[in-house]
Design a protein around this ligand. Structure first.
Ligand SMILES: NC(=O)c1ccc[n+]([C@@H]2O[C@H](COP(=O)([O-])OP(=O)(O)OC[C@H]3O[C@@H](n4cnc5c(N)ncnc54)[C@H](O)[C@@H]3O)[C@@H](O)[C@H]2O)c1
Length: 252
């Protein structure tokens, strides 16, 4: 990055929900954005919305569970903008919301493939680029379910604990090479994912909400603000943490 070239941020799952909220806040910082998402229709709508705000945006249709598609969105970022300063490893799915043993093998694989395999592929290819640059900052999207057990989300919880683990390890491995890696652990936050989950399991969602000390779900803006705080490094000594944004839920 030079004084004349804005920083470059790559956001997976940036078409909707938390990823979109993060993209909107990064656009306010005049960044060049790459949004990688499996949903091309809403991805292009989000791209247009960001461009109307004056942002420079590349949208890449990509399924993060496919290594070659992950390499492709990284290649597009490098070809179009020359570097990757910031990576928000956000794409994820919730799974069926049933007790663990009720999951089919296919349901287990689907959540593992997107949330963990996809996130690890992203880290691998983005780190290849950041290590060549000698700089970069990454935020992984974990969850309250990456810190404690929550009913109905066993496979999801395994993937989010995995992200908490890889965040610590990579922070240790790459700190001396100019790269910081943190994670956020939102509690339930009002996005399309939670709206769909509420439709399927209103009882579980109501119990979760009642169990939050602040008695409300989070907002996408609150999560985006926290991601930007860690990503942009206003306190650069923060490294390897998974920061809860959950109204006190995991403090209990
Ligand atoms: N909303 C919450 O309560 C909450 C809480 C904690 C963590 N999270 C995590 O935040 C992230 C975003 O969730 P959200 O609530 O914004 O959900 P969302 O469904 O609104 O957005 C997820 C985005 O990821 C994309 N996506 C899904 N599978 C993909 C794949 N294989 N490849 C590429 N893109 C894919 C979707 O198209 C969508 O745009 C997820 O990792 C989720 O686990 C959400």
């Amino acid at each position: 990055m030079t004084a004349t070239s804005p920083a470059v941020a790559v956001i997976t799952g940036g078409a909707s929900g938390l990823g979109k909220a993060i993209a909107l806040q990064l656009a306010e910082q005049s960044m060049q954005l790459v949004i990688a998402d499996i949903n091309a229709e809403i991805g292009r709508e989000t791209q247009a919305e960001l461009e109307q705000l004056g942002a420079t945006v590349a949208f890449v249709e990509a399924d993060v569970s496919q290594a070659e598609q992950v390499k492709h969105y990284v290649d597009v970022a490098l070809e179009r903008f020359g570097r990757i300063d910031y990576f928000v490893n956000n794409a994820g799915i919730s799974g069926p919301g049933t007790p663990f043993a009720d999951n089919s093998v296919e349901q287990i694989d689907a959540v593992l493939d997107t949330n963990l395999r996809g996130a690890l592929y992203g880290l691998k290819f983005v780190l290849d680029a950041m290590l060549k640059q000698g700089s970069g900052s990454i935020v992984n999207m974990s969850s309250s379910a990456g810190l404690v057990g929550i009913e109905g989300v066993g496979v999801y919880s395994a993937t989010k604990h995995g992200l908490t683990g890889i965040t610590k390890t990579l922070a240790v491995e790459y700190a001396a090479r100019g790269i910081r890696i943190n994670a956020v652990a939102p509690g339930a936050t009002e996005t399309p994912m939670v709206a769909a989950y509420r439709e399927m399991h209103p009882d579980i969602v109501a119990r979760n909400e009642a169990a939050i000390p602040q008695q409300r779900f989070g907002t996408p803006g609150e999560v985006a603000k926290t991601v930007c705080f860690l990503l942009l490094g206003s306190v650069p000594h923060i490294n390897g943490v998974t920061l809860p944004i959950d109204g006190g839920y995991t403090a209990q």
